[in-house]
Design a protein around this ligand. Structure first.
Ligand SMILES: O=c1ccn([C@@H]2O[C@H](COP(=O)(O)O)[C@@H](O)[C@H]2O)c(=O)[nH]1
Length: 234
């Protein structure tokens, strides 16, 4: 990462909610404690994509976590469409054809492409079951090197890999890490996790947090506590 960011801008809240009305209510509750939102499958498939433009127009940044993976032409056209929505980040899966198509299609726009290396809900056993011979660490490294060679702007990985990747990739590439849990929080289906402070110390640029904030009795206080942890670790 090149620019020094305000700790608040390094927290990306995953708006994993069932509909646009719930998203609006959560955004209202979080107020100015959150500057960066992520829209993924749940909200995106429930009519939430127009919210990208709405949030961008309201001065927020938006990460479209659409994890694209298709033939090159389809990926390229999808990337062009998302670029018009005003999103800051868009994810694609870290397959060379897909990354190449996305990198080419985003040229000339403000959209930055992130490659999802290995999902944070996967461990070595899960990769083996899916037919991969490499373990998590080696596959993340291989995909990160391919992403860099193809001109991808950043990587989605777990904080566990951030330290190694930071040494391996050029500083302009951003590391965006889900799999973040405040101490004592339920990890749910995540398998490769760290606390906010440890993730920042390991080299993460942006932390993606969903359930620990969305399910909190006071989501704003939960977000503020994570921002304070980021600030203390910076
Ligand atoms: O490897 C990945 C890629 C994306 N995600 C997304 O991040 C959030 C995490 O939510 P939590 O509730 O904090 O677990 C979610 O939207 C995932 O789709 C990820 O977890 N891992």
């Amino acid at each position: 990462m090149t620019a020094i960011l305000d700790p608040r801008d390094r927290l990306i809240v995953a708006l994993d909610v069932p509909d646009v009305a719930s998203a609006g209510a959560m955004i209202e509750r979080l107020g100015d404690s959150v500057t960066f939102y992520k829209i993924g499958y749940q909200l995106g498939y429930a009519g939430g994509l127009p919210l990208v433009r709405k949030l961008a127009d309201a001065g927020k940044k938006v990460f479209a976590d659409l994890k694209m993976h298709d033939i090159g032409n389809t990926v390229a056209k999808g990337v062009e469409s998302v670029a018009k929505l005003g999103a800051t980040f868009l994810t694609v899966h870290a397959y060379p054809q897909t990354m190449q198509a996305a990198a080419n299609a985003s040229k000339g726009s403000d959209l930055r492409i992130l490659a999802v290396t290995v999902l944070t809900s996967y461990d070595n056993e899960d990769l083996k079951a899916a037919g991969y011979q490499l373990g998590v660490s080696d596959l993340v490294t291989t995909r990160a090197q391919q992403a860099q060679a193809l001109g991808i702007d950043g990587l989605v990985c777990s904080p566990e890999e951030a330290g190694n990747l930071r040494k391996l990739i050029k500083p302009e590439m951003v590391l965006v890490t889900p799999g973040v849990r405040p101490a004592g929080a339920d990890i749910g289906d995540q398998k490769r996790v760290m606390t906010p402070a440890k993730a920042i110390a390991a080299g993460s640029d942006y932390l993606v947090v969903g359930r620990p904030i969305l399910a909190a009795d006071d989501p704003k206080a939960a977000a503020e506590a994570i921002v304070a942890e980021i600030a203390a670790a910076t």
